[in-house]
Design a protein around this ligand. Structure first.
Ligand code: PPS
Length: 310
């Protein structure tokens, strides 16, 4: 039996602004636009030794990672939220490819010192996931979000995240994103690659829109996948704990424990809107047409269906 993970990391940030460095410009690596800091620890990532009880949480950036991490953690704790309320999300589910300058800890460092069962966060497309996850048949929870809301969320995140490149104007960003020229690459490739992989791998593929529509239903599916039979009262408690308003107010999930030289919430809060369909106030009519055209061209598998409104 694996022991519950003791506390890893403190809510207090380590490191000074002068040590943090500025925004990075993306580079092309293994055919994927990535931050140079990720490329710097490439061998460490690819040789990462997954353990059989690791749970990998994979998403395209801004698809609902933090939300599903909270759900997974609360499910594993069978609704006992005490640990979730003490430790920031980024220490409960270290980000595999995060590699800031010292003394800020990398994802690999956090993971190496973490007892099992570990939650591991990644934004990699499926073909770049370290092989040891597949060799160990680790459970993977993937969340996909409709491409329009996902793009808008990523744009505002790049404005506030002081490590990612400046996004430019919304119009510039729209074109870059549609062409896959953002860190971690094309949304289209990501969601379709993982969709295909679930035929062969131990992957639960969730949709942000389904989680919004009926969180209790999706948490029940998640619990089943994770081997937990939870009664309705526990599910209801997890629904409440993982609601947008709870997570927006919770310093352990809203990233406000990070200093503003990392995430500047005055530019745009991490917990920004948490809605389905907020793209409508950002997309122009012609951008919407361009997106739909690209969507029709790229999304050829009729079994993969996204909803851009509820
Ligand atoms: S990251 O940086 O990639 O880990 O970001 P990620 O957590 O994937 O995505 C952040 C967006 O998810 C929204 N969010 C939620 N929506 C609904 N309910 C809950 N509980 C929730 N928690 C996070 C968050 O608000 C970001 O979306 P936008 O559209 O920007 O608000």
């Amino acid at each position: 039996m694996s022991q519950p993970a003791p506390e890893v990391g403190s809510p207090e940030p380590v490191g000074e602004e002068s040590e943090f460095g500025g925004r990075e410009e993306i580079v092309l690596w293994e055919g994927l636009p990535l931050m140079p800091s990720v490329v710097r620890c490439w061998d460490g990532i690819q040789n990462f030794a997954a353990r059989p009880d690791d749970i990998l949480i994979a998403t395209y950036p801004k698809a609902g990672t933090t939300w599903v991490v909270e759900m997974v953690d609360a499910v594993l704790a069978e609704g006992d939220m005490s640990r979730c309320l003490r430790i920031p999300t980024f220490n409960r589910a270290p980000f595999l490819e995060l590699n800031p300058l010292p003394p800020f800890p990398s994802g690999l460092q956090l993971l190496q010192s973490m007892p099992s069962p570990r939650l591991v966060k990644t934004h990699f497309p499926v073909h770049l996931v370290p092989q040891s996850f597949w060799d160990n048949d680790c459970k993977v929870v993937y969340v996909a979000r409709n491409g329009k809301d996902n793009m808008v969320s990523y744009f505002h995140f790049q404005r506030m995240n002081q490590k990612l490149p400046e996004p430019g104007t919304w119009d510039e960003y729209f074109t870059a994103s549609l062409n896959g020229q953002v860190s971690w690459g094309s949304w289209f490739d990501h969601v379709t690659g993982w969709w295909k992989a679930k035929e062969k791998r131990n992957i639960l593929y969730l949709f942000y829109e389904d989680m919004k529509e009926d969180p209790a239903r999706e948490i029940t599916r998640l619990a089943k996948f994770l081997g937990k039979g939870l009664d309705q009262a526990v599910i209801d408690r997890i629904v409440d704990h993982t609601s947008f308003s709870s997570m927006k107010d919770n310093p352990m999930t809203n990233y406000t424990v990070l200093p503003s030289f990392v995430f500047n919430h005055s530019v745009s809060p991490f917990m920004r809107k948490g809605e389905v369909g907020s793209w409508k106030t950002q997309f122009t009519v012609s951008q919407n047409e361009r997106f739909d055209e690209e969507y029709r061209r790229r999304m050829t598998d009729p079994s993969l269906i996204f909803r851009t409104e509820l």
